[in-house]
Design a protein around this ligand. Structure first.
Ligand SMILES: [Zn+2]
Length: 146
């Protein structure tokens, strides 16, 4: 039974040996499939992420100057990157108050109010009483060392 490729949206005939095939066999679609897999793997597997970072670091130290050469060989890529970085810099300069607000929001994850406090340290005990606690802000922007 034919399927629609997730990447190129064209109809293809899945290979019987591949269970639940979603991508056609075109090289660009296979590349997209691998990219998606790797992105998910990096997000969920910390050991994989670590080994990839290590391998990349080793490769970079063995191939010093690669990116400098790459930029020389691909001026369009370099220019595109430069433009995008300029835009990011400009946005950062134009909207520092938004950045500050976002920073503030990130600091105040817990908003003042009444909360139910449930002990989770011993999950084997079937019945444990929950406590109602009230959380309020005493001081903003003060870091407490724990
Ligand atoms: Zn495809």
């Amino acid at each position: 039974m034919d399927k629609t490729c997730v990447s190129c949206k064209k109809i293809f005939t899945p290979r019987p040996a591949v269970k639940n095939q979603q991508y056609c066999s075109k090289p660009e679609c296979q590349k997209a499939r691998k990219k998606k897999w790797q992105k998910a793997k990096l997000a969920t597997d910390s050991a994989y992420k670590e080994s990839q970072a290590k391998a990349q670091k080793e490769w970079c130290s063995k191939n010093k100057g690669y990116w400098k050469e790459y930029r020389k060989r691909n001026p369009a890529y370099t220019e595109r990157n430069r433009k995008k970085q300029r835009q990011r810099n400009l946005l950062r300069r134009l909207k520092p108050e938004i950045a500050k607000m976002d920073e503030q929001k990130a600091k105040n994850v817990i908003t003042p109010g009444r909360y139910l406090l449930k002990p989770v340290c011993n999950q084997n005990i079937a019945k444990m009483d929950a406590l109602i606690v009230e959380i309020g802000v005493i001081s903003r922007g003060c870091s407490v060392a724990v």
